[in-house]
Design a binder for this molecule. Structure first.
Ligand SMILES: *[C@@H]1O[C@H](CO)[C@@H](O)[C@H](O)[C@H]1NC(C)=O
Ligand SMILES: *[C@@H]1O[C@H](CO)[C@@H](O)[C@H](O)[C@H]1NC(C)=O
Ligand SMILES: *[C@@H]1O[C@H](CO)[C@@H](O)[C@H](O)[C@H]1NC(C)=O
Ligand SMILES: *[C@@H]1O[C@H](CO)[C@@H](O)[C@H](O)[C@H]1NC(C)=O
Ligand SMILES: *[C@@H]1O[C@H](CO)[C@@H](O)[C@H](O)[C@H]1NC(C)=O
Ligand SMILES: *[C@@H]1O[C@H](CO)[C@@H](O)[C@H](O)[C@H]1NC(C)=O
Ligand SMILES: *[C@@H]1O[C@H](CO)[C@@H](O)[C@H](O)[C@H]1NC(C)=O
Length: 271
């Protein structure tokens, strides 16, 4: 009886204390590599110290800025609006329990690592308002739980990967204000059935991107030409009209003067 109680007590105690002393080698690899790839000119990450990165979580508490823990693992990373520079480390994929990644509103450069595909629990990806380049990795389609992909205001190029349309849980998709080109995949621009729809605001601000739900490119081009044409045309017409009016007026006054001169000469007696 006593032995049994001790055993239960022992199990409870180890369950309670195990997360305190454990650190996950994957989370450590993730954070150490990320802190190396980021530049932090304003020292926002001053408590991302070597010892804190080696043991970032205490159960549900985190020792490092921007991280949220769940049962001793990092499950949320929010480092938005911290003037961070540098690149996104592909080893971020070692944070295998990550559900939300928000690196928005910084000055991050370089590509979005395709290794993010290994974050199989990822539901929220917000990399908006940075200076990220290259293509949107089509491998993101493997993150089956993705609800949010927000990549607006970057320098992303290439086409929007068709495979992202496979993400049936997507409720927010924003790639506006990039340098994307080519057709919008109908699996994203014109989603079928009950899937949440994305309107033009998700796609606008990409010069060479076209297709529904954006307004047709040709018509947009034509209307601009038409406006310029109407402006130039009406300017020219009014110029011609006023020129003609001046000419006619000059002719009339000239004729009047001739007539007047004639009258004067008739009135003048001949000497
Ligand atoms: C981190 O990820 C790399 C590449 O996916 C893998 O080789 C490594 O085993 C992972 N874990 C650690 C602790 O480095
Ligand atoms: C990434 O982290 C792992 C484990 O901490 C380390 O062995 C590896 O050298 C790191 N890679 C880079 C590029 O820093
Ligand atoms: C880490 O720093 C942030 C501010 O940058 C602070 O809010 C947080 O409490 C610090 N965390 C710990 C565990 O000291
Ligand atoms: C971003 O941070 C700056 C100060 O560093 C602050 O003034 C600004 O309001 C923040 N923006 C947002 C959207 O939180
Ligand atoms: C992504 O982050 C930006 C700014 O940091 C925020 O304005 C935006 O609402 C976020 N996107 C989503 C879908 O929450
Ligand atoms: C959208 O898809 C439906 C079929 O699912 C199709 O009938 C319709 O023509 C499509 N609209 C556009 C603008 O492509
Ligand atoms: C487009 O969708 C967004 C939400 O995704 C919404 O806030 C906005 O009002 C919509 N715009 C139009 C014109 O329907």
């Amino acid at each position: 009886m006593v032995g049994c109680t001790l055993l239960i007590f022992g199990l409870l105690a180890s369950a309670a204390f195990f997360p305190l002393s454990s650190s996950d080698p994957n989370d450590e690899a993730c954070l150490v590599n990320l802190s190396q790839s980021l530049e932090d000119p304003t020292n926002s990450l001053h408590n991302w110290t070597q010892s804190n990165l080696a043991n970032p979580c205490n159960g549900f508490n985190s020792y490092i800025h921007g991280a949220t823990c769940n049962s001793g693992r990092i499950y949320k990373l929010s480092l938005n609006n911290l003037s961070l520079r540098g690149t996104i480390s592909p080893f971020l994929a070692n944070c295998t329990n990550l559900q939300a990644l928000d690196l928005s509103s910084n000055f991050l450069t370089g590509p979005i690592p395709s290794d993010l595909q290994y974050l199989v629990n990822l539901a929220v990806l917000n990399l908006s308002a940075n200076r990220l380049t290259d293509q949107i990795p089509q491998e993101l389609a493997f993150c089956a739980y993705l609800n949010v992909i927000d990549l607006h205001d970057n320098l992303l190029t290439g086409q929007i990967p068709q495979r992202l349309g496979l993400l049936v849980r997507l409720s927010t998709f924003d790639v506006s204000n990039n340098r994307l080109s080519g057709p919008i995949p109908s699996t994203l621009g014109n989603r079928s059935g009950n899937l949440p729809k994305f309107n033009a605001s998700s796609f606008e601000g990409n010069k060479d991107l076209y297709g529904y739900p954006l307004a047709p490119l040709k018509n947009r081009g034509l209307s601009v030409i038409a406006i310029v044409g109407i402006g130039l045309g009406s300017g020219l017409v009014s110029l011609v009209l006023s020129f003609t009016a001046v000419c006619i007026w000059l002719k009339i006054t000239e004729r009047k003067m001739v007539v007047e001169e004639g009258k004067i000469s008739q009135l003048m007696p001949d000497y």
